[in-house]
Write a new protein. Structure first.
Lengths: 49, 498
């Protein structure tokens, strides 16, 4: 079996960069969701004990 | 005697609190998603185009197979490194003619493999194809997919780039529900797939153990498929999961590529969904037994035995058990110690509120495109009644006032008896919501089914529907019911959003 053919892919680095940025963005989105939970709990405790 | 009753009370409280464990595990799973960026495999990726054989099992797929092949031929992939083998499992419709037509249209790229004796299931069909593909040395990677799945143009090359690292045995993609026009149920499934695929598989990537390669998108290196014996397991209903486990047990890594997107047609009816998911759930029960030596036993060459992976696996598998146990304990406590039951319920429901807000909001943010189509189903995923109970936990005053006014306008007073009745209903509903799923299934067969079934699913919840199906699967499996490959009917409704 010969080695798999390698194709030039000029956009490969850019594509990976965008993908990694998206994955890092998920951490920020998770923080937003955690903040939302905290806000709901704070609302509940503040107004209704 | 008093000590015995006290002891019983605390056992019941413990059962209720244990009911919160799957919720805590679900939160843990989604927190792992946030860490996915730290476990990406891209540093070892590069543009990589192995000679890939695409293997498609097909039984009576004339409505979808032609479009699937056309889309595959438009993949961003060198055509001389691509072969499509459609294993026709003795189809009795126009499937052979459609495949032969495509083979003539794309000579050298599309091949029709006919089985004269069919009906032995998907795994046996795949093995027929694997025998032929492995017989010569052309193939360097094999992509196993379903006949209805539509691949986005970049999806295959995004998967194969991981195989540049010889440590990687298999790669799976993000399967999205793509029925156009969809209905309420396909939109529920669309949202479910954000949680069960986009999120769950990312978290498994972080743990280092993948539970299952999606049946519609599993790419294997030749070395890997040979290492697992060159065969797909035919003894269970979860052949994809068995292959995934065997790959990891052999010391190879399985990767989820969330940016390789493929679109599938999922059931648009409760009956269709029931059939499909009973098969999946029975398969998972079988896999649990088949790999009983794996659970919670750390291994050197794979992470299947890790505590995290075991918790994820069993919290999902045993979710109905936890729900029924918590509900039954609360109802018993209600009669034994009303106040203690209320405290235990608060602990469970506070965990539920946190889980609901965190997972729903985060899941919608993970895949905003799907979220725009499915946000209503996301909000109502636990069912309208459960959402009302969740709201009551957050807004006890205003909802108490609304209940009071509603009863008053109907000529009733909010007495202590009413309050206790509502509380008892709430405890029972934890399990009763699963019963509504059985009603949805029964209602769908009636003349008013097209209205009653959606109403039942919206009221009882899609999540509880899945729990009910899992319960039905347990019963079938433990009764030793006949193991059948009930193929999900596909009609060619999938369209890739532009």
């Amino acid at each position: 079996v010969s080695d798999p053919r390698e194709e030039p892919a000029p956009s490969f680095e850019d594509e990976i960069r965008v993908t990694v940025r998206y994955e890092r963005g998920l951490a920020v989105k998770a923080l937003f969701s955690i903040a939302l939970v905290a806000a709901v709990l704070a609302f509940r405790v503040y107004f209704f004990g | 005697m008093n000590q015995l009753v006290d002891g019983l009370k605390w056992v019941l409280v413990a059962f209720v609190v244990i009911g919160a464990v799957p919720l805590l595990v679900a939160n843990y799973q989604f927190l792992l998603v946030a860490l996915h960026f730290s476990k990406l495999h891209y540093a070892k990726c590069r543009p990589w185009f192995p000679r890939t054989a695409i293997l498609i099992p097909a039984w009576n797929e004339h409505a979808v197979i032609g479009a699937s092949i056309d889309r595959l031929m438009k993949l961003e992939y060198p055509l001389d490194s691509l072969r499509i083998y459609v294993v026709d499992d003795a189809s009795t419709d126009a499937t052979p003619q459609v495949i032969q037509g495509k083979a003539a249209e794309y000579p050298g790229n599309v091949f029709h493999l006919r089985r004269d004796k069919g009906g032995e299931g998907k795994a046996a069909t795949l093995n027929h194809g694997l025998d032929i593909i492995l017989a010569d040395d052309w193939m360097q990677a094999v992509l196993i997919m379903d006949a209805d799945v539509i691949y986005e143009a970049s999806s295959l090359r995004k998967m194969t780039r991981h195989l540049a690292d010889p440590q990687i045995g298999s790669v799976t993609a993000y399967i999205k529900e793509g029925s156009q026009p969809g209905n309420y149920l396909t939109r529920f499934i669309g949202y479910e797939y954000i949680t069960a695929q986009a999120a769950a598989r990312r978290s498994q990537d972080v743990i280092g153990a993948i539970a299952c390669l999606a049946g519609g998108a599993q790419l294997h290196s030749r070395a890997n498929i040979e290492t697992v014996g060159g065969r797909i397991d035919t003894g269970t209903l979860a052949e994809d999961t068995v292959t995934t486990f065997k790959t990891q047990q052999a010391g190879r890594t399985v990767v989820f590529e969330p940016h390789a997107t493929v679109w599938a047609e999922e059931p648009g009816s409760v009956l269709g969904l029931w059939k499909q998911r009973v098969r999946w759930a029975r398969g998972n029960v079988q896999v649990t037994g088949m790999f009983k030596g794996v659970w919670f036993r750390p291994q050197v060459n794979n992470r299947l035995g890790s505590l995290s992976f075991g918790l994820l696996w069993f919290s999902l598998l045993l979710l109905p058990v936890f729900m029924i146990l918590a509900s039954a304990s609360l109802v018993t406590l209600y009669f034994v110690d009303y106040e203690l039951a209320w405290v235990a319920f608060h602990i469970l429901w506070l965990t539920n509120v946190i889980t609901y807000v965190f997972i729903t909001s985060f899941a919608l943010l993970i895949d905003p495109a799907t979220a725009r189509r499915t946000w209503v189903q996301a909000v109502l995923f636990p069912g309208a009644v459960n959402v009302l109970i969740l709201l009551a936990a957050i807004l006890p005053g205003p909802l108490g006032w609304v209940s009071h006014e509603l009863l008053h306008s109907a000529g009733f007073a909010m007495t202590d008896g009413w309050v206790r009745g509502i509380v008892l209903f709430t405890y029972i509903w934890l399990t009763a919501c699963m019963g509504v799923a059985f009603l949805a299934k029964a209602a769908e067969k009636t003349r008013l089914g097209r209205f009653l079934a959606p109403a039942c699913v919206y009221i009882g919840g899609y999540g509880p529907l899945l729990c009910a199906i899992t319960t039905a699967a347990y019963i079938k499996e433990f009764r030793g019911a006949e193991q059948r490959w009930d193929k999900t009917e596909k009609t060619g409704k999938v369209a890739v959003p532009q």
